[in-house]
Write a protein that binds this ligand. Structure first.
Ligand code: ADP
Length: 780
C-alpha cells in the first residue's frame, strides 16, 4: 500500500510523461481573468520553460530569443516528469473585473526545494516578491503553513514568473485565492488528513496491542507496514518537514524513498505471513523474497545514482509489488484460505482510490471524488480491511486449533479406552502366568512360562508407551514434583537392570558425584521412566563392554542435574542421530526388531524431559558407543521421612485381603497372586458386596482392593459409602487400594477423591502389590 502511495507521486510522474506530448510551443501566456471570489486553478493556463543550465535569470527568459522556448501546459497540476532541471512558470493575471485586489497564490506541494516568484512591473522588469522552499529556512515563509503561499496584489494584467527547482517527479498544483479565502480549504484538507492519520494510528495501536497478546508476527508486520505507510504520508503531505523535523535540519525529498523501501519490506513480510505463503504458494513466497532483496539493492542505488534515475528505475518495482500482493491473495483464496478475500479486496480498493487520485490529479479526468480524498479513502479502506482480515484470520486459526484439540482429545480417549480393554485380558494372561511361575515347574515348562511372561510384558510396555504418547500429545500428562532422594533413585535404577546386564555379561555401574544434593524436588516417576528407557536401551544395544549411569551437577549450570547413560555398544550414525527422537524413529529397523524395541521410547523420553523443563541429547560414535544426557532443573529439598524403607524389608504374609472385582478371570488372577504371596482372600463381586462385608460385625480384613468399574455399585460409590460408614461408627479407616485397568491421571484423581488411599493398575505387578500392601498395613 505504502508502495502505491509513495508511488502515487511516482506514478503521477510516470503517467505525466505520457501527457507530455500535450505540451507545445506558445510564446505569450494567456491572460487569466480573476473573477469575483472563486479559486482559480492556474495549472492548465501557464507556460513552462526548462532551464537546463540552471543559470537563467528572470530578465533572460523574457528576452525575445526565449519566446519560442515556452511551452503551454494543459494538465491540472504542473509536472515536469522525471526531469529535475529547474523550470520556469509564466502566467498572467488580471483582476480588473474582480472586487478583490489582494490574492494569494498557493503551491500545494510541501516538498519543493526552491521557489522564487517574480512580478513583472512594466518597464522596470521582473522583481523578486517571494523566495522560499524546503531547502531554505522556514522563516522565509510568509504564512505558517506546509504549502507555499504567496501574497500578490493584482489590479490590471500582471505577469508572474515562478522559478522552481526541486526533486524529480514533483507535482505542483497552483491556485489563486481571493484575499484570505485559502485558509478554509487548506484547514479542511488538514483536518481530513489528521483524521486519516488518527485512524492509522488507532489501527497501529490496536493491532500492536493484539500482537502483544496473540504473538502472531502478521500483527507485528501489519503494525510496521502501516506505521511506515503513515510516516510516508506525513512526509509526502509535508507535515514531517513542518512539524516533526528539527527546524535547523534540511528535509530532503529523498527520505521518501528510504521510508518507501522500508515500508515495502514490511508489507512484503506482512503478505508472506498473513497469507502463510510457505504453505499456500511457494512461487509467491520466493517472488516476495526477491522483492525484499530488490529493496536492499535499491537502497544501494539510492545512495549511488541520481535521484531522477532512481525514481525512473524504482517506480516499476512498486507496481510489481502491488500485482504480487493481489495475485498472492487470489492464490491463497483459491486454495481455501478464506480470510484472503478481505486481503484482496483491501488491495483492490487501495488501487482504485489511488487510480482516481492519479487520473484526477494528473490527467485532469473528472472523478466523482476529489482525487486526494479518493486516495486517502482507498488507503483508509485498506488499513481497516487488513486489520479486519487479521482478526478474521486469527478466529479461523483458533477454530482450527479447537478442532485439532478436540481431535487429539477424542483420539486420546479412544486410546485410553482401547488400552483399558486390552489391559483387562492381559491382566488375566500376565497374572495367571505369574501365579503359574510360582508353582512347581520343570525346566521346559519354566522356559515356556518365561516366554509368555516376556511377550506379555512387551505388549504391556507397548500399550503404556502408546498411552503415554497420546497423553503427551493431548497435553494431559500430569507432573508432580516431590522431594526425592535422587542418589537412591539412581542406585535403584542400576539395581533394577543388574540382572539384565549380567545376562548379557555387561558391566552396569552407577556413579554419583557427591556434589549432588541427595534430596531434590523432582518428578520421580517420570525421571525413573526416562532413565529406565535409556539404561534398558544401553543394555539392549550393547553386546560387549559396559553401561554406565552417572549423576552429577552440570558444571556450566549449577541449577541443572545431569544424568548420563553411556554405553560401549553399537552406536548411532550421525544421520540417524538426527531422527532419533522422532516418533517411530527409523534407525535401522532391522536392529530395532532384533532388539525388540518399538521406536517410541526415546520420543516419549524427550517429550517428558522437555515437559519437566529439561533437555535430552545424544552423542554417539558407531561401533564405539553412545552417550545420552538428560539435564533437568532442580531445587534442593528437605529430607523426607523414609517411605520406601519397607521395600527392602521382609515381605508381609498372612493378611486378610478383601477383593472387590466383578470379572471372573481377574478374580482368579488376584486370588492366585495373593495366595502365592501368602495372604488370605475374601471375594466380593461388586461394590455393594464390599460395603456389606465392611458393615458386617465380624469384619476383620486388613485391606480392601477395589476394582473401579463394577455392576450394581462401582468402586467409587462403594468407597464413599464405606468412608461415611466408618465415620458414623467411629471405625478405623480401612486401607482401600484401587485396582483398575485405566492408567489415566483422571481416574487416579477420582479414586483419591472418593476416599481410596492408593492406586494399582492392571495388569498387576506383583512387586507393586506387595509394596502397597506392606505400606498400608504397617502404617496402621
Ligand atoms: P526402542 O524401543 O526401539 O529402543 P527407542 O525410541 O528407545 O525405541 O529407540 C529408537 C532407536 O534408537 C532404537 O531402535 C535404536 O536403533 C536406537 N537406539 C536407542 N538407544 C540406543 C543406544 N544406546 N545405542 C544404539 N542405538 C540406540
Amino acid at each position: 500500500m505504502s508502495g502505491l502511495f509513495s508511488l502515487s507521486p511516482l506514478l503521477i510522474v510516470l503517467l505525466g510523461c505520457l501527457a507530455m506530448p500535450a505540451l507545445r510551443a506558445e510564446p505569450i501566456a494567456p491572460l487569466i481573468e480573476l473573477t469575483q471570489s472563486d479559486v482559480e486553478n492556474l495549472g492548465p493556463q501557464v507556460l513552462l520553460l526548462a532551464d537546463d543550465s540552471g543559470q537563467l535569470s528572470p530578465f533572460d527568459i523574457l528576452q525575445p530569443e526565449y519566446a519560442g522556448e515556452w511551452t503551454k501546459h494543459r494538465a491540472h497540476s504542473i509536472s515536469r516528469g522525471y526531469d529535475d532541471t529547474p523550470f520556469w512558470i509564466q502566467f498572467r493575471l488580471d483582476a480588473a473585473q474582480s472586487i478583490h485586489k489582494e490574492w494569494h497564490l498557493v503551491l500545494s506541494n510541501a516538498l519543493l526545494d526552491y521557489v522564487d516568484v517574480y512580478q513583472v512591473f512594466g518597464n522596470s522588469g521582473p522583481r523578486l516578491i517571494y523566495r522560499s522552499g524546503l531547502q531554505r529556512p522556514s522563516q522565509s515563509r510568509t504564512e505558517d503553513h506546509r504549502f507555499f503561499i504567496i501574497p500578490v496584489e493584482v489590479y490590471g494584467p500582471t505577469t508572474y514568473l515562478m522559478r522552481i527547482e526541486t526533486s524529480p517527479s514533483a507535482l505542483v498544483p497552483l491556485h489563486a485565492y481571493p484575499s484570505d479565502d485559502f485558509w478554509s480549504p487548506l484547514l479542511k484538507a488538514d483536518i481530513g488528513n489528521w483524521l486519516f492519520y488518527g485512524v492509522l494510528l488507532a489501527m497501529v495501536l490496536y493491532n500492536g496491542f493484539l500482537y502483544t497478546t496473540v504473538r502472531d508476527v502478521s500483527y507485528l508486520f501489519y503494525v510496521l507496514f502501516i506505521s511506515g505507510f503513515g510516516v510516508l504520508q506525513l512526509s509526502l503531505d509535508g507535515y514531517m518537514a513542518q512539524y516533526l523535523w528539527p527546524p535547523d535540519l534540511i528535509y530532503h525529498y529523498e527520505y521518501n524513498f528510504w521510508i518507501t523501501l522500508a515500508t515495502v519490506i514490511f508489507a512484503s513480510f506482512f503478505v508472506i505471513h498473513f497469507l502463510n505463503l510457505r504453505n499456500t504458494s511457494r512461487a509467491h513466497l520466493w517472488a516476495l523474497y526477491g522483492m525484499i532483496a530488490l529493496q536492499c539493492v535499491a537502497a544501494v542505488l539510492l545512495v549511488t545514482i541520481d535521484l531522477d534515475w532512481f525514481a525512473r528505475l524504482y517506480t516499476p518495482t512498486i507496481i510489481v509489488f502491488m500485482l504480487l500482493a493481489v495475485s498472492a491473495g487470489i492464490r491463497a483464496w483459491r486454495v481455501g484460505f478464506i480470510a484472503a478475500k478481505f486481503f484482496v479486496l483491501a488491495w483492490v480498493l487501495f488501487a482504485v482510490g489511488n487510480s482516481v487520485f492519479i487520473l484526477g490529479r494528473l490527467l485532469g479526468i473528472e472523478a466523482p471524488l476529489p482525487p486526494n480524498l479518493a486516495s486517502k479513502l482507498g488507503s483508509f479502506a485498506e488499513a481497516m480491511l487488513l486489520s479486519f482480515a487479521l482478526a478474521y484470520r486469527i478466529r479461523l486459526l483458533r477454530d482450527e486449533q479447537d478442532r485439532q484439540r478436540m481431535r487429539v482429545e477424542a483420539q486420546s480417549q479412544f486410546l485410553a479406552q482401547i488400552s483399558h480393554e486390552i489391559r483387562t485380558p492381559l491382566n488375566g494372561v500376565l497374572g495367571m502366568t505369574e501365579v503359574l511361575s510360582r508353582t512347581r515347574l520343570d525346566d521346559e515348562q519354566r522356559g515356556y512360562v518365561d516366554t509368555i511372561q516376556g511377550s506379555g510384558s512387551s505388549l504391556l510396555a507397548l500399550i503404556n508407551d502408546i498411552l503415554d504418547y497420546s497423553k503427551i500429545e493431548a497435553g494431559k500428562m500430569a507432573f508432580r514434583r516431590e522431594p526425592v532422594d535422587v542418589h537412591r533413585l539412581v542406585q535403584q535404577q542400576v539395581k533394577l537392570f543388574l540382572s539384565q546386564a549380567e545376562h548379557k555379561s555387561l558391566a552396569l555401574t552407577g556413579h554419583i558425584d557427591p556434589a549432588v544434593p541427595a534430596w531434590v524436588m523432582l518428578d520421580a516417576q517420570h525421571v525413573r521412566q526416562v532413565l529406565s528407557n535409556l539404561v534398558s536401551n544401553g543394555i539392549k544395544y550393547t553386546d560387549l563392554g559396559s553401561v554406565k549411569l552417572t549423576l552429577s551437577v552440570d558444571p556450566k549450570a549449577p541449577r541443572l542435574l545431569e544424568f548420563r547413560v553411556e554405553d560401549t555398544g553399537i552406536g548411532i550414525s550421525e544421520v540417524d542421530q538426527k531422527n532419533l527422537f522422532n516418533l517411530y524413529s527409523d534407525v535401522d529397523p532391522g536392529r530395532q526388531r532384533k532388539a525388540g524395541g518399538t521406536g517410541l521410547g526415546l520420543a516419549i523420553s524427550r517429550e517428558l524431559v522437555a515437559l519437566m523443563g529439561g533437555t535430552l541429547t545424544v552423542s554417539s560414535v558407531p561401533n564405539q558407543g553412545s552417550c545420552f544426557t538428560v539435564k533437568l532443573p532442580f531445587l534442593q529439598a528437605r529430607q523426607r521421612r523414609e517411605e520406601t524403607r519397607l521395600v527392602d524389608e521382609q515381605p508381609l504374609k498372612g493378611l486378610r485381603v478383601l477383593v472387590a472385582e466383578d470379572n471372573m478371570v481377574n478374580q482368579r488372577v488376584i486370588e492366585g497372586l495373593l495366595e502365592k504371596l501368602g495372604h488370605q482372600v475374601v471375594l466380593a463381586s461388586h461394590g455393594g458386596e464390599a460395603l456389606e462385608a465392611r458393615q458386617s460385625e465380624d469384619f476383620e480384613c486388613d485391606v480392601l482392593l477395589m476394582d473401579c468399574e463394577m455392576p450394581h455399585m462401582d468402586g467409587y460409590a462403594a468407597t464413599e459409602a464405606i468412608r461415611s460408614y466408618e465415620k458414623r461408627h467411629n471405625l478405623l479407616r480401612l486401607p482401600i487400594v484401587a485396582l483398575t485397568a485405566h492408567a489415566l491421571e483422571d481416574v487416579r484423581r477420582r479414586c483419591i477423591e472418593s476416599g481410596m488411599d492408593d492406586f494399582l493398575t492392571k495388569p498387576i505387578n506383583t512387586r507393586h502389590l506387595e509394596r502397597i500392601l506392606a505400606q498400608f498395613v504397617r502404617e496402621r
